[in-house]
Design a binder for this molecule. Structure first.
Ligand code: NAD
Length: 323
């Protein structure tokens, strides 16, 4: 099978690409490397290397050209759209960032698929589409109203809507996966990497954005990739919408800070801010329902805290190796 992974050089996309290569699939990675890195894509021994094209996926003509050229040589079975702006504060400061990298990339991917007659799309969406429903309401796929509080969440929701419309028209199957906070390596961003880098710059002292009570669901990237493939294999309706996450109330930022300090700079003083959230657009507390994925037979292996602890060690090693 030939697969196209848009954003396949990023944190999650590179792990996903590796899984396709492990399975013996052919892969084309399209990425503009604004956050991803070519070195993240590793080829398992004895398997075919993926092709890589450096392109801006928000440029509809460029994307169509790249996809058409590949599809002519290797008929493409499915497109996985993993590209987006992953820096939520950057998108709050400048809405055009999310418009371009999160929404226009989806628009361009869909236009190319329509013209090339490609029928299967999987999309990386986010818990950010729900907005802020507080800590007590478990967020289910049918929870509403969907009122995002960040431009990132808004552009993910708009992308979901565009995909839904395409499923009515020319797509045969669309999978929309809503991820919570995903952790692991290769880490390019996120709270654990931020804390580790802060402690490296000022050992013995860790300043935390917000008062540490923010409490969210965390999922390890390996589990996420397994879950997406599991669901895509088993549910192939027209629109397949799934939350993927741990089955718990999440883990507090204070617990993450403690886990990072213990691993990287034992005895460091953790200094909290006063606000209940980290930044404008941050949903401070949410609880996820993964009952729909569970009904299909998928169960997370790690709790939020297990996933965080595992990722802290992996990312600390990544940073040690880089220094
Ligand atoms: N990491 C998380 O916690 C999380 C949570 C929810 C949803 N997601 C979604 O999962 C997907 C992957 O996220 P990630 O954490 O791996 O982030 P990432 O930044 O590591 O990966 C995104 C990739 O897309 C590429 N990209 C961005 N804009 C592009 C453009 N215009 N053209 C071509 N390539 C472009 C980047 O270079 C990068 O390689 C994203 O859609 C993200 O919104 C991630």
């Amino acid at each position: 099978m030939a697969i196209i992974i848009i954003g396949g050089a990023g944190f999650i996309g590179s792990k996903l690409t590796r899984r396709f290569l492990d399975a013996g699939d052919r892969a084309l990675v399209i990425d503009n490397l604004c956050r991803g890195r070519k070195e993240f894509i590793d080829t398992p021994p004895g398997k075919e290397r993926p092709e890589f094209v450096h392109a801006d996926a928000s440029d509809a003509r460029a994307l169509r050209r790249v996809m058409a050229e590949y599809h002519a040589r290797h008929p493409v079975d499915m497109v996985w759209h993993m590209a987006a702006n992953s820096d939520i504060p950057a998108g709050i400061a400048d809405a055009s960032v999310d418009l371009r990298d999160t929404f226009m990339t989806t628009h361009a991917a869909l236009e190319a698929m329509k013209q090339l007659g490609l029928k299967k799309l999987a999309f990386a969406s986010s818990s950010a589409v729900y907005g802020d429903h507080g800590p007590d309401l478990p967020l289910r796929e049918d929870t509403g109203p969907l009122l995002p509080i960040s431009n990132y969440g808004a552009m993910k929701l708009a992308s979901e809507a565009l995909i839904s419309a395409a499923a009515e028209n020319y797509l045969e199957h669309a999978w929309i996966f809503r991820f919570p906070n995903v952790v692991g390596i290769p880490a390019t961003h996120g709270v654990i990497l931020d804390f580790i880098r802060k402690l490296k710059a000022t050992p013995g002292r860790l300043e935390v954005l917000g008062n540490g009570t923010q409490q969210k669901a965390y999922l390890h990237v390996d589990e996420l990739v397994e879950a997406m493939l599991f669901i895509a294999d088993r549910d192939n309706g027209k629109r397949n919408l799934y939350n993927i996450g741990p089955d718990d109330a999440g883990c507090r930022v204070a617990d993450i800070a403690a886990a990072v300090a213990e691993r990287v700079s034992p005895g460091a003083r953790v200094l909290f801010g006063t606000e209940g959230r980290g930044w404008v657009g941050d949903v401070p507390k949410f609880r996820y329902s993964v009952a729909k994925a569970a009904a299909l037979g998928w169960k997370p292996r790690f709790s939020s805290l297990d996933a965080v602890r595992r990722a802290v060690d992996e990312i600390a090693r990544q940073e040690e190796a880089a220094s």
